[in-house]
Design a protein around this ligand. Structure first.
Ligand code: CA
Ligand code: CA
Ligand code: CA
Ligand code: CA
Length: 195
């Protein structure tokens, strides 16, 4: 019985999705101020009350792009981190990045960002479509407006107000429209409303 109970418990644990406080909130897939190879980035927000250390988190798409986070990238409670293709602020268009990835490209058309934690649980994902129901920006990021599921294109908009660095539109590492409603509502509860 002990063994069976252990197996059942293990299965339940495996089946139960870990609740996640991390939200992909902004994506720059098509910068203009610098080449895409230098200027792509995305932003993650932590809606929880505890910091999240993304060490050994796995970020991937449905094709061949993927990387492990090999440093202690800590997302503060109600704070942001920025992942960039090139973290050198003198080369990436002026983005203050927290981590530089390798072997990961943000296509200007359709693409995906999946984030697994260090145990393989899916923390968040977005699948954008290059303009059918998602924005298709150039020289601007697209940002999540905090309404409902962040994997729905209508909740994303081309940034046309705030600029950074060399002049592309975006707000890497901050939410100039804040404070976000997510500060009062956990991401888990929002996702539960919309699923
Ligand atoms: Ca691109
Ligand atoms: Ca470009
Ligand atoms: Ca990709
Ligand atoms: Ca932002």
């Amino acid at each position: 019985m002990r063994i069976i109970a252990t197996v059942v418990t293990a299965m339940l644990l495996a089946a139960a999705p870990a609740s996640s406080d991390l939200i992909i909130t902004e994506i720059m897939q098509n910068p203009s101020a610098v080449e895409d190879a230098n200027g792509e980035w995305f932003e993650i927000y932590n809606s929880g009350s505890s910091p999240v250390d993304m060490y050994n988190y796995y970020i991937f798409d449905v094709d061949t792009d993927d990387f492990y986070v090999t440093e202690h990238v800590v997302v503060p409670s109600h704070g942001f981190v920025v992942f960039a293709r090139n973290a050198n602020i003198a080369e990436n268009g002026g983005v203050e990045a927290d981590y530089e990835w390798s072997d990961f490209i943000l296509a200007n058309g359709a693409d995906e960002i999946y984030i697994n934690d260090d145990e393989g649980y899916l923390m968040d994902h977005v699948v954008y479509d290059g303009g059918f129901s998602w924005p298709d920006p150039e020289g601007a990021s697209m940002y999540y407006d905090w309404s409902g599921d962040n994997n729905v294109g209508s909740a994303w908009h081309e940034e046309d107000l705030y600029t950074y660095g060399l002049g592309d539109y975006g707000s890497p590492g901050s939410d100039p429209r804040g404070p976000s409603p997510v500060d009062q509502l956990t991401w888990s509860s929002i996702k539960a409303l919309y699923k």
